[in-house]
Design a protein around this ligand. Structure first.
Ligand SMILES: Cc1ncc(COP(=O)(O)O)c(C=O)c1O
Length: 425
């Protein structure tokens, strides 16, 4: 078998993920020496013999023991497909994960994680705010399956998580802590190590409490939660990893034992990504670091401009955290860059925010984020509109708030656009 690990090194030097994104997990001799892995547009795979088919199924369905490095034979594209397997191998390199699973969307990754590990009577505690779709899944869908969902304010830290747990028998029923850091849209940070400690404290011999972290805003380039004690890391690959606003996908990464269960659930929920999405994501991974770094440089320029503008009330941007702010400590510990998401409040309310958004010329008025083009939106009226108004305010989403995802345009062109749009207020 091809030894993948050998390919990660030259002599003693362990190669950086960005150096491996063009080649890792694929050998040109498999496909007529094509430098790029082709799109394996096939629903099913031919078995060499009936016995080979039987052996592949036995392994896929866990009927026989397999060694950690053993590859699963190719069966059917709802279970596995080379375009997705190569992608999953490459994704693991950034986070230092043992395994990864790719899905048809970020929401599919989140819901499959929840359905893999939560059972009636269990408690899951989530940080707030989270992406609106995640909030809806946890607060509206999971309780229908008798799963109790409680929350804590990200900005109030691990003390708030502990307060939420210090009620009745919640610690005994806790099964998962679900955290989004930085949070969408407010850029709050949650202390991953602190949450991991709580998860370990609440675990018992027969009930391991899992810490799942949505790393969409900074990862995998500027943040790797598994290195800080998270059990599972989740992505909307639609955002930075896809990076071109031309696909929808998601991923979960973690240790092989946890990922086996998630991949098993994925097989039967049937929400595996397709081979063309896999191909697009591999194209994207080649430039991931370049894009995220360029976008972060642009965001710094734009955030500085916004912070000094007389029509702007507040700016929430990780690059502005100051020494002494508890969030700054978390930032230094678990992030290597501030990323390129900016939330800010204009002076006034929804009307003033809408006037600004309607006047943008270069920046597109659209939801989503992490693409090469800058996008602006109004969280309260758009991505987070399914959260009741009074709850929005409690978690820091106000009618005057706009969110910008900074792309790769010239930063001064973005400043010019934002400047003229603010003049319309
Ligand atoms: C932080 C975060 N997580 C998850 C999702 C859901 O991802 P998807 O739209 O790919 O299903 C989003 C979408 O905006 C998001 O911002």
């Amino acid at each position: 078998m091809w030894d993948k690990k050998a390919k990660k090194k030259i002599g003693d030097r362990v190669l950086r993920p960005e150096s491996l994104m063009m080649s890792y997990g694929y050998r040109p001799e498999w496909s007529e020496w094509a430098v790029k892995a082709p799109i394996f547009a096939t629903s099913t795979f031919v078995f060499e013999s009936a016995q080979a088919g039987k052996d592949f199924f036995a392994k896929a369905y866990g009927l026989v023991e397999s060694t950690p490095d053993e590859e699963m034979g190719l069966i059917y594209s709802r279970l596995n497909n080379p375009s997705l397997e190569i992608l999953e191998d490459r994704l693991t390199l950034w986070d230092g994960a043992e395994a990864s699973a790719v899905f048809e969307s970020g929401m599919a990754a989140i819901s499959t994680t929840a359905l893999s590990y939560l059972r009636p009577g269990d408690l899951v505690v989530i940080s707030e705010p989270c992406y609106g779709g995640t909030e809806y899944l946890f607060h509206e869908i999971l309780p229908q399956f008798d799963i109790q969902v409680e929350c804590f304010r990200s900005s109030e830290g691990v003390e708030a998580l502990n307060r939420t747990l210090d009620v009745e028998d919640r610690r005994e029923r806790l099964r998962m802590i679900y955290v989004e850091t930085p949070s969408n849209p407010t850029n709050d940070l949650v202390d991953i190590q602190g949450c991991a400690r709580v998860a370990r404290e609440c675990s018992s011999e027969d009930r391991r409490v899992l810490l799942a972290v949505d790393n969409t805003f900074l990862g995998p380039v500027f943040s790797q939660p598994l290195k800080h004690g998270a059990d599972l890391v989740i992505y909307s690959l639609t955002k930075y990893v896809g990076g071109h606003s031309d696909l929808i996908a998601g991923a979960v990464l973690g240790p092989s034992d946890l990922m086996d269960q998630i991949k098993g659930t994925r097989t039967f929920l049937g929400n595996m990504a397709g081979p063309f999405t896999g191909f697009l994501l591999m194209r994207s991974l080649e430039t991931l670091k370049l894009r995220m770094e360029a976008e972060a440089r642009g965001a710094m320029v734009l955030a500085d401009f916004l912070a000094d503008h007389p029509k702007v009330k507040t700016v929430s941007y990780l690059g502005h955290l100051k020494e002494g702010d508890p969030r700054h400590d978390i930032f230094k510990r678990q992030c290597t860059g501030p990323g390129s998401m900016i939330a800010f409040e204009v002076k006034g309310g929804e009307e003033e925010a809408f006037r600004f958004l309607n006047a943008l010329k270069l920046i597109k008025l659209a939801v989503s984020l992490g693409g090469t083009e800058s996008l602006a939106e109004h969280p309260g009226a758009m991505t987070h509109s399914d959260i009741p108004l009074e709850d929005q305010e409690k978690i820091g989403i106000t009618p005057a708030m706009c969110r910008i995802s900074v792309g790769v345009e010239d930063p001064q062109d973005l400043v010019a656009d934002v400047s003229q749009a603010l003049d319309h207020i």
